[in-house]
Design a binder for this molecule. Structure first.
Ligand code: LLP
Length: 433
């Protein structure tokens, strides 16, 4: 069973993605190569939006978290699909605006936005700046005043939910660099202050409880906690917060150990809770925003490498070396993330070998994975790592001065380059002798 539904094996025994032969892609564009399936990306956008329509009457905005995978083509797809966008730096904002993405559908995040970034966001008319701390609120109020406009903001709140334990708990998360704490009263005081700021319009509250979460309960609990704060604000400050941004974090299947929840179930359960709590507390239903990143992009992507060598260390392990590594996918080195792999040109054979896939960086920890079942491989074979569409290209580096791979988008049986492969010239482009 292949982890993503856009993957298959054709009559030549080759792995296909979105119906396109990956061995041909490797031949045509070279390796390492990121391949993204536009059809699946669009399908994900549509299913998130359909759930929002079905369960919440469309009274919300699905914002793709562009940190997962950002380039002009991706922003253009999000524009076409009528999505909102979450950006977290001037670089992501610049990319989005460069394809004509409407600024009012952008949420600008970050725990330490510079004055330049805040000015850029205000000048561009970003619809929601997610303010992280009180210093940022003060700076933004001043910047907006200088420009003679009102900045539309949300506050990032730490709802005190740790979704990354087996059974999620409601403690601990006070220790996070992001946002305002709830239990200390810090969040409430920030709201009080924002309401009095001349050049600030407090549109809503935001929370994001983590990433790659498989449980619905922590999301439901977070919605409840946030509505509690909205209710307190209404009762004690007489201010009606209109919008609630519940962040991203929906888990996806990297290997068959992962059992993600369908987005539909998430929206259904969370919408029901929001409606219930609002009715109970006499609140108007807030406009809801969600920010899926991984779940939009990850299953749509794979990475293709060429196998360089196979090193057997008797009774210890077998290494397969590939022509990329932690420079294009740092997730194993950082988080011991698990992936499935296939030998793309032998995908119909049984996975009778077990290997450690090593990259080409000068670093022992430069691995794509360990104890990975795979078809018997030899030098020259094409190795595919699956579900790499999120946080791979976006977290890539030029460690060891290795040029970044190209990104190819497949759609309706065709392929096109959306990010060119870096050249050696690119590597020294900013160097001055
Ligand atoms: N909204 C906010 C405010 C976020 O901080 C994030 C992710 C998202 C939305 C999107 O979350 P997603 O739906 O993609 O889980 N580099 C890590 C993931 C870091 C996520 C950071 N924030 C990884 O490779 O797993």
């Amino acid at each position: 069973m292949l982890v993503s539904k856009n993957l298959a094996v054709n009559e030549s025994g080759h792995l296909t993605v979105g119906g396109v032969d990956t061995v041909s892609l490797a031949k045509q564009y070279g390796t390492p190569l990121y391949v993204m399936d536009e059809g699946l990306i669009r399908e994900h956008c549509r299913s998130f939006k359909a759930s929002m329509d079905r369960y919440y009457g469309g009274e919300g905005l699905v914002c793709y978290a562009s940190k997962a995978f950002c380039c002009k083509a991706m922003c253009k797809i999000m524009l076409d699909e009528g999505m909102g966008l979450d950006v977290v730096s001037e670089g992501e904002l610049y990319t989005a605006l460069s394809v004509g993405f409407p600024a009012e559908r952008i949420c600008f995040h970050g725990n330490n936005k510079t004055d330049r970034e805040l000015s850029y966001a205000v000048e561009s008319g970003v619809g929601r700046i997610i303010v992280d701390n009180i210093f940022e609120l003060e700076r933004l109020d001043r910047i907006a005043a200088e420009k003679g406009v009102k900045a539309r903001i949300m506050f990032r709140i730490k709802p005190g939910i740790d979704a990354h334990t087996h059974n999620f708990v409601m403690t601990g998360q006070i220790d996070s660099k992001f946002g305002f704490a709830l239990e200390t009263g810090e969040a409430f005081e920030a709201v009080r202050k924002a309401i009095s700021c001349e050049n600030i319009e407090l549109a809503g509250l935001h929370c994001h409880i983590g990433s790659q979460i498989f449980d619905i309960d922590p999301f439901v609990k977070a919605a409840e906690v946030m509505l509690g704060l909205i209710s307190q604000i209404k009762d004690e400050l007489g201010y009606e917060v209109k919008e609630l941004n519940l962040g991203g974090g929906f888990g996806i299947r990297y290997t068959e150990e992962d059992c993600p929840v369908e987005y539909d179930r998430y929206m259904e359960t969370v919408s029901a809770k929001v409606k219930e709590v609002c009715a109970e507390k006499g609140l108007r239903l807030p406009y809801i925003l969600i920010e899926p990143g991984r779940s939009v992009a990850a299953p749509a992507g794979i990475t293709l490498y060429t196998v360089g060598g196979r090193k057997v260390i008797p009774n210890i392990r077998t290494y397969l070396s590939v022509d990329g590594g932690m420079c294009d996918n740092p997730r194993y080195a950082l988080y011991q993330s698990k992936y499935d792999i296939e030998i793309a040109n032998k995908a119909s054979l049984p996975k009778s070998d077990t290997v450690t896939v090593a990259g080409k960086c000068c670093e022992t920890g430069d691995l794509i994975g360990e104890a990975m079942p795979v078809q018997p491989a030899e030098p020259g074979d094409i190795l595919a790592v699956l579900a790499t569409g999120a946080y791979n290209y976006s977290m890539s580096s030029n460690y060891n001065r290795i040029p970044k791979p190209a990104v190819v988008m497949v759609k309706d049986g065709d392929s096109r380059i959306v990010v060119k492969r870096e050249t050696l010239e690119d590597i020294i482009r900013n160097d001055i002798e």
